[in-house]
Design a protein around this ligand. Structure first.
Ligand SMILES: *Cc1c(COP(=O)(O)O)cnc(C)c1O
Length: 320
């Protein structure tokens, strides 16, 4: 078989047993190291799949709205497929993030106060023949994200629990699709969010998919005000265990993880790690826990330090 779909943009990531995390639970903890994807996060699995599919049907360009890991994954995919990319980012996007996207030779357009406005501008500005790549609400993404489970199984771990961070729910949809297609449909999934970005948790509580008024968490990659309707439906159907950690817990997990495994990840990923460093109830008795180390390119030692100081000041001010 040699056709377009053979050009896989993501890489196979290591599956590493974590002794420090395994000590926190009764079973073994396996880390799927998505932070090692060339774009810095798991996003390349799904976005690579979407870009490849659009390229095969003749897309002239890729348009995306995300100042974060999705924008970076589209920029990477476009460079590899030799297709031009424009990324619309909101005004809140850091200089560092813009630099990373431009490093992939994509054009960056700054528009709007939030992701929602950048997204609306981008969908309005879509040129004929170009494909719009949504950061989380697209079945092509979920099918691509599902390869993270295919790989873990192929690498020899049949998980009896999966821990995953949730923003707009694209990764969650992919993980559940992956479990289903590997004959593991009833493996429990622990869906972790941070306080101030917990749109799935709030929706499950209200028994309907609903939007948060605003995002207040430092875990900006989890900052979708509302998860995709399909993600909500999938979470209900699968019966995911929803869990919310504080920014402080997510950040502390990032710092501990950097010492334990010498790898930097964003607080969006720290959220999942925090649910294992202080194990949630639903991990009790599990023998093989798979943690999707979803990664994040927008992290540096300096940024982790800045957040730590900010959160410490906030706590000192009685705003814990
Ligand atoms: C995008 C992202 C998430 C959330 O993924 P969704 O598919 O939006 O739920 C979590 N962590 C990192 C590092 C991300 O880039």
């Amino acid at each position: 078989m040699t056709h377009m779909s053979d050009l896989t943009l993501h890489i196979e990531t290591p599956l590493v047993e974590s002794l420090p995390l395994s000590r926190k639970v009764q079973g073994r903890v396996w880390l799927k190291m998505e932070s090692l994807q060339p774009s810095g996060s798991f996003k390349l699995r799904g976005i690579g799949n979407a870009c490849r599919t659009h390229a095969a049907s003749g897309a002239k360009g890729f348009l995306c709205s995300s100042g974060g890991n999705a924008g970076l994954a589209v920029a990477y995919s476009g460079r590899r497929l030799e297709i031009p990319v424009t990324v619309v980012v909101p005004e809140t996007t850091s200089g560092r993030a813009i630099e990373l996207i431009e490093q992939e030779a994509a054009r960056v357009v700054v528009r709007g106060a939030s992701w929602q406005e950048a997204h609306e501008y981008a969908t309005d500005a879509l040129e004929a023949g170009w494909a719009y790549i949504h950061p989380f609400d697209d079945p092509l993404l979920w099918t691509g994200h599902a390869t993270v489970i295919d790989e873990a199984v192929r690498q020899g771990v049949s998980p009896d629990a999966v821990v995953v961070s949730v923003g707009g729910g694209g990764l969650l949809c992919g993980v559940i699709e992956g479990l289903r297609r590997n004959a593991l449909p009833s493996v429990p999934v622990i869906a972790v969010e941070t306080k101030g970005a917990a749109s799935l948790s709030e929706s499950l509580r209200q028994h309907r998919n609903s939007a948060l008024e605003r995002i207040t968490s430092i875990a900006t990659s989890l900052g979708a005000k509302k998860v995709a309707d399909a993600a909500y439906a999938c979470a209900v159907e699968h019966g995911v265990h929803s869990h919310v950690v504080s920014d402080n817990q997510a950040l502390s997990a990032c710092l501990r993880f950097s010492r334990d495994h010498r790898v930097l990840v964003e607080p969006a990923c720290g959220a999942s790690l925090a649910a294992v460093y202080a194990p949630v109830e639903s991990l009790k008795g599990r023998r093989n826990i798979l943690v999707i180390v979803c990664g994040g390119a927008g992290v540096t030692i300096e940024q982790l330090e800045r957040w730590r100081k900010e959160l410490r000041n906030k706590t000192a001010g009685g705003d814990a």
